[in-house]
Design a protein around this ligand. Structure first.
Ligand SMILES: Cc1ncc(COP(=O)(O)O)c(C=O)c1O
Length: 413
């Protein structure tokens, strides 16, 4: 028996008998940590009078969605599929915002029919289309997603707030559109504004810069124009390097960086859309060492998981903390490894220079911070089976196969 402090799980319980053995790879979700994270996010949001929409793309697992719903979050969706998923998981239409630079006309039609809360319109053509089909009895509000022109120091593939990115419309286009709508006495006017600078942002000054940029834009709007809300997107980052020492992201710091720019009397309704920060740290991916290849200057480990189950390293060179599942003593020899997945792609690699206790084939290792953009980004490539899921709930472990079939209930220890 050995004991993992972080999860408070005796891992040998996962391998009690051959019959019940949990096959790797599997996602391991700590629902207790999820609860604490959601609670802290909501406490901070109440303190700063901010409403939270969960960016459902981060993790669409129904057990996670159920928990998020119970804590009273709304939903930020970017496709009709995500909207329907939210609805089937108990969210109400009035809780759902729909963004996305490439909404199809059919998706817009369906969203309007469903009377969701709001559509974040991302181009002039999209506005034109929405106004041309907007049903008279519809309650869906239409807001504009505007480019704040703020660049962060994060990987370029997860930046979204610059003038050269495909998201949203420019501040000039937005001001001109509103001016034109007012002149034409249009019945459909933007009800608010949406901004999103990108993801995995850990420096709060970027959120301050975003706020200043947004206020500057508001000054360019016609003085007769008023609107209901401002939505400043998501993007709060998590600690991938040392997750055990920062399991709960700095929600208070995030909101403190933003809210003072938007005083309550002028901006009663402020929204944020966290994804990664809510679910990132509650998930881990457990994998087994299949083969070890001793190359001249590196040891390559082939695991039974890879880009199919955790795409971030292959997609944008992301690095996750990886630790052994087996206990080790102070005298254990460490080796440096390159950790690779099984797919027929050289990019299917979690990275080089991982220092781990000497591994042997059959050992299990833990990939940390896999709650966000892991299960939801899973690929079917090469028809590899989806990992099963294990949920730690209180002192119990609930285990499900990838088909969500419960295979072991309330394993107490
Ligand atoms: C519009 C929008 N809002 C919110 C998010 C969530 O971002 P994060 O998971 O970094 O909080 C995203 C992520 O891409 C997004 O595109």
């Amino acid at each position: 028996m050995y004991f993992n402090k972080w999860f408070n799980i005796e891992f040998s319980d996962l391998f009690l008998s051959k019959k019940d053995q949990m096959e790797t790879p599997y996602y391991l979700y700590d629902m207790n940590l999820l609860d604490t994270t959601l609670e802290q996010a909501q406490v901070a949001a109440e303190l700063y009078n901010i409403k939270l929409l969960y960016a459902i793309k981060a993790n669409t697992n129904p057990y996670i969605l159920e928990r998020i719903r119970k804590y009273g979050f709304g939903i930020d969706a970017v496709s009709i599929g995500e909207i329907k998923l939210a609805l089937t998981n108990g969210f109400q239409p009035y809780q759902i915002a729909f963004a996305g630079s490439g909404k199809t006309k059919r998706e817009i039609d369906e969203a309007l029919q469903l009377n969701i809360a709001t559509i974040h319109c991302e181009s002039l053509s999209e506005w034109e289309y929405i106004s041309s089909v907007y049903p008279t009895e519809c309650t869906t509000k239409i807001a504009l997603r505007v480019i704040p022109n703020v660049y962060t120091n994060t990987h370029q593939h997860i930046q979204t707030g610059g003038n050269n990115h495909k998201f949203g419309i420019s501040t000039e286009e937005a001001s001109r559109l509103i001016q034109k709508l007012i002149e034409r006495n249009s019945t459909l006017l933007p009800c608010g504004f949406h901004f999103h600078v990108g993801s995995q942002i850990t420096r709060m000054d970027y959120f301050e810069e975003l706020s200043r940029s947004v206020l500057y834009f508001f000054q360019t709007l016609p003085s007769s124009f008023s609107f209901d809300y401002v939505n400043l997107g998501g993007g709060l980052g998590i600690n991938y390097d040392d997750p055990d020492n920062e399991m709960i992201p700095n929600f208070t710091g995030w909101m403190r960086a933003i809210r003072p720019y938007f005083p309550q009397d002028r901006f009663p309704h402020v929204y944020l859309e966290p994804g990664r920060s809510l679910v990132g740290q509650c998930g881990k991916l457990i994998t087994e060492v299949q083969y070890i290849k001793n190359r001249q200057d590196e040891k390559i480990v082939i695991l039974d998981t890879g880009m199919n189950d955790l795409m971030r390293p292959a997609l944008y060179g992301a690095r996750h903390h990886i630790s052994p599942m087996q206990p080790h003593s102070e005298t254990t020899q460490f080796q440096t490894y390159t950790l690779s997945g099984p797919s027929c792609e050289s990019t299917d690699c979690f990275g080089k220079n991982y220092s781990l206790p000497e591994l042997k084939e059959g050992d299990h290792i833990v990939i940390h911070s896999c709650g966000a953009y892991a299960e939801s980004m899973r690929l079917n490539y090469t028809q590899r089976l989806a990992p099963s899921c294990v949920y730690k709930e209180g002192n119990n472990l609930n285990m499900y196969t990838s088909q969500r079939k419960k295979i072991k209930v309330e394993q107490s220890f």
